[in-house]
Design a protein around this ligand. Structure first.
Ligand SMILES: NC(=O)c1ccc[n+]([C@@H]2O[C@H](COP(=O)([O-])OP(=O)(O)OC[C@H]3O[C@@H](n4cnc5c(N)ncnc54)[C@H](OP(=O)(O)O)[C@@H]3O)[C@@H](O)[C@H]2O)c1
Length: 290
């Protein structure tokens, strides 16, 4: 299958090398053309413009930094996109997927948006996860190529914005977990406890944490927060302990103080006997709304 790839940064170059290794005739374009040199040496053809690259291919993959840059390239390709399929692998706010989808379908092409969930060196591996959104039949048509880029390429929605939201959800979860871990590590380190010893000895309780995602997901989706154990009111004393211990050791208390505020607000709102998942409503408050 003839493929055009617009964008040869760290990720785009990895995508291009993988497509070439899979035997696809590949035309590439990059704003800074010198980045194409190793790929041209490996068999790619360098186009002079996004439009020329697109004309050479059935499938057009876009991977640049920022949705605005991707949109600019798609506009530059213009009517040359007609009859082709665009797979946009550029990260950005979810609304940019809708803007790009409208632009591309308006030019007579099919559109998928993808969210790459791995780093460049893992592109092409069987475990590499890439989420796709857009028409199912378009994903099905190109699935073999998409699977060559990520063995766990998955169609998650007909809405092209959903993969970007999945990507953000992952980062949101990751930062929350990592910040909690690092705050705890600062506390343990101050007490002279090796963090590796802690993670080894506490492994069973740490390993149980991800099981809460499934439990909470069910509670949130059903909007049923009643729980026979671990109710919100039982969290407050533990949070106060962490704050007091941190303060005594001169460790930053912003993170546990924020958690305390969420829990305290929930208790004031009468949710003390509910599951911790009830906090989704407190996170979900719009700014300025009581
Ligand atoms: N790197 C990763 O491991 C990774 C992982 C997951 C997702 N991603 C996503 O993949 C996309 C590309 O990331 P990257 O790591 O490859 O970034 P990068 O190495 O910084 O490369 C950025 C690419 O975007 C191009 N670009 C930037 N602004 C442009 C503009 N105004 N017009 C035309 N081209 C423009 C650059 O062209 P020049 O070469 O001319 O500067 C280059 O090809 C991003 O959405 C990123 O979030 C990357």
């Amino acid at each position: 299958m003839t493929i055009a790839l617009l964008g040869l940064g760290e990720m785009g170059s990895a995508l291009a090398a993988t497509l070439l290794a899979a035997g696809h005739p590949l035309t590439v374009w990059n704003r800074s053309p010198e980045k194409a040199e190793p790929l041209v040496a490996a068999g790619a053809r360098l186009a002079e413009s996004p439009e020329a690259a697109v004309r050479a291919a059935e499938l057009v993959i876009v991977n640049v930094q920022g949705g605005a840059a991707a949109e600019k390239l798609l506009r530059a390709a213009g009517t040359a996109l007609g009859g082709r399929t665009v797979v946009n692998l550029t990260d950005g706010p979810s609304e940019q997927a809708g803007v790009a989808a409208d632009l591309v379908t308006g030019l007579g092409a099919d559109y998928l948006h993808g969210q790459i969930m791995t780093v460049a060196p893992a592109i092409g591996s069987p475990d590499a996860v890439i989420f796709f959104g857009g028409p199912r039949q378009v994903f099905d048509r190109y699935e073999p190529v998409l699977r060559a880029l990520g063995g766990r390429a998955t169609h998650v929605s007909t809405d092209p914005a959903v993969p970007l939201l999945y990507g953000m959800a992952f980062h949101d979860i990751m930062w929350g977990l990592l910040n909690g871990f690092l705050h705890a590590a600062a506390l343990l380190r101050d007490a002279g406890i090796p963090i590796g010893r802690y993670t080894e000895q506490a492994e069973p309780s740490l390993a149980a944490l991800p099981s809460l995602f499934g439990l909470f997901a069910g509670e949130i989706d059903r909007a049923e927060f009643a729980t026979p154990f671990g109710a919100l009111k039982h969290h407050l004393p533990s949070i106060d302990d962490v704050i007091a211990e941190s303060e005594a050791r001169g460790i930053d208390i912003a993170l546990p103080t924020y958690t305390r505020r969420l829990v305290a607000d929930a208790l004031v709102a009468g949710h003390g006997d509910d599951s911790y998942s009830r906090l989704v409503e407190h996170f979900g408050r719009r700014l300025g709304r009581a």
